[in-house]
Design a protein around this ligand. Structure first.
Ligand code: 6PG
Length: 504
């Protein structure tokens, strides 16, 4: 009997997606160039199925893979983004893929690569993509899935993705937990929705990751203030995060931050975070988001600052030197009696800055969609991020509600709920940022979000002077406040009387 899906790539993500598919009753045949990965997959199936029959087949070549599938073939690929995806596509074509066969790329591919691939392989097979969020546990027990591309391919893949995706309880908006192998959640709203044409799913996932970077950095800044200004222990900070997780900030990232901080290093018996070197890694998706925001002229400073924060963290040796050379402020650290007040300020700052980071991410998706002529459903995107993915949080329901109130919402900050929230909590946000700068604790994401908020709500920015400067040294022209928009003017700065010229 032919299998339902051919799967290429049995690494951590691939193996877990396969096990999730077989839990849901799909027949999978897997191929990986690395025999050890296939052996690990078979071993996992054996361990999880008990006395039952084997649920995963493996094979030794792309030709074997196709031979075990019914036509038109459905092949899911889970390999690192970049050239490995093209390598697999070429090998599959060589093995005999046909024009109506479907290849689904589930990696963190650059969205423009996906667009290029769809065109490049047209006529050879249908390239479809599905961005996957949720890490290895998400892949195993319910990821958030962002599929995009050919609508026919979506009709084939939809039942599979809806079955394996994380599910949300429609009454509470909260994830339905699924943590054991063999378990299946048939009810609830699946965190898998068709995003749009080729590239859009990967774009949306890229922005998800940009928001993920910002969210993580904001939490890290709150941690640093508590650690360095309040001299709190890691265990004390873990307790604060745990408490925050019960309220407005409830999210997976806050939850795991509390867990990481509360973990003891098995080697030294010290808090584990003290043994982790403060040099952040990155694989590129946050950077791509920041680059895209710059290219589109759509401000996402908190996301960009989060990428920079990782960059500056890598300058460890320089920072060690600088820490001995460069003076900090001469302000006293706060008294212990002020601790609770400062923690509350940080809480509110984190909440407001988080709203701004999401506002930036959604604005970016809207701007890219206009440029690419995609019709994206932002309420739906917020909904599929409520469970399964790394930025999952009850907060996402409020974003979905905002877009339900107004499909054309230009910026989340203009939504009455979010505008109201920031107005309620901003005083503490400002205090937290001001205090951190007085104490010399860097809070680049918290403060950039505040600057974004203040710039966004300012009727007249100093760009009038900036335009004057540009016109002065480069005759770059400017528009006038008292004349119709679009009409350009220039001042002959070197002429007596500085005459105004109306440009043609
Ligand atoms: C997810 C994650 C996932 C991965 C990131 C990590 O949504 O499941 O975002 O895709 O963990 O790519 O990115 P960095 O290595 O760049 O932090």
């Amino acid at each position: 009997q032919p299998c339902d899906i051919g799967f290429v790539g049995a690494g951590v993500m691939g193996k877990n997606l396969i096990m999730n598919l077989v839990d849901n009753g799909f027949r999978v045949i897997a191929f990986d160039l690395d025999q050890a990965k296939l052996a690990a997959l078979v071993a996992q199936d054996e361990a999880e199925r008990g006395d039952g029959p084997a649920r995963v087949l493996t094979c030794n070549s792309y030709t074997d893979l196709l031979a075990n599938l019914a036509a038109p073939h459905l092949i899911v690929v889970s390999v690192p983004a970049g050239s490995p995806v093209d390598d697999v596509c070429h090998k599959l074509v060589d093995a005999g893929l046909k024009a109506d066969d479907i290849v689904v790329d589930t990696g963190n591919s650059l969205w423009t690569d996906t667009q290029r691939r769809e065109k490049e392989y047209e006529g050879q097979f249908i390239l479809f993509s599905t961005a996957v969020s949720g890490g290895e546990v998400g892949a195993r027990f319910g990821p958030s899935l962002m599929p995009s591309g050919d609508p026919y391919a979506w009709t084939r893949i939809k039942p599979l993705w809806e079955a394996i995706a994380a599910k949300v309880d429609p009454d509470t908006g909260k994830p339905i937990e699924r943590k054991a192998p063999g378990e299946v959640v048939a009810k609830g709203e699946p965190c898998a929705a068709y995003i749009g044409p080729s590239g859009s799913g990967h774009y949306v996932k890229m922005v998800h990751n940009g928001i993920e970077y910002a969210d993580m950095q904001l939490i890290c800044e709150a941690y640093q203030v508590m650690r360095d200004a309040l001299d709190m222990t890691d265990v004390e900070i873990a307790a604060v995060f745990k408490r925050w997780n019960e309220g407005l900030l409830n999210s997976y990232l806050i939850e795991i931050s509390a867990e990481v901080l509360a973990t003891t290093d098995s080697e030294t018996g010290k808090p584990l975070v003290q043994m982790i070197l403060d040099k952040a890694g990155q694989k590129g998706t946050g950077l791509w988001t920041a680059v895209s925001s710059l290219e589109l002229g759509c401000p996402a400073p908190t996301i960009a600052e989060a990428v920079y924060a990782r960059s500056i963290s890598t300058l460890k040796d320089q920072r060690v030197k600088a820490s001995r050379l460069l003076a900090g402020p001469a302000f006293d650290k706060p008294a212990a009696s002020e601790r609770e007040t400062i923690i509350n300020q940080l809480h509110d700052a984190l909440y407001c800055a988080k709203i701004c980071a999401y506002a930036q991410g959604f604005d970016l998706m809207q701007t890219a969609a206009r440029e690419q002529e995609w019709t994206l459903n932002y309420g739906e995107i917020a909904k599929i991020w409520r469970a399964g993915c790394i930025i999952r949080a009850v907060f996402l329901q409020s974003i979905a509600d905002a877009f339900e109130r107004n499909e054309e919402l230009e910026n989340l900050l203009l939504d009455e709920f979010f505008a109201g929230q920031i107005s309620e909590y901003q005083a503490n946000w400002r205090r937290a940022v001001a205090n951190a700068s007085l104490w010399g604790v860097p809070v680049s994401a918290l403060s950039s979000a505040l600057a974004y908020y203040d710039a966004y709500r300012t009727e007249t920015l100093p760009a009038n002077l900036l335009q004057g400067q540009r016109d002065y040294f480069g005759a770059h022209t400017f528009e006038r406040t008292d004349k119709p928009r679009g009409k350009k003017y220039h001042v002959e700065w070197s002429q007596p009387g500085r005459p105004l010229i109306k440009m043609k």
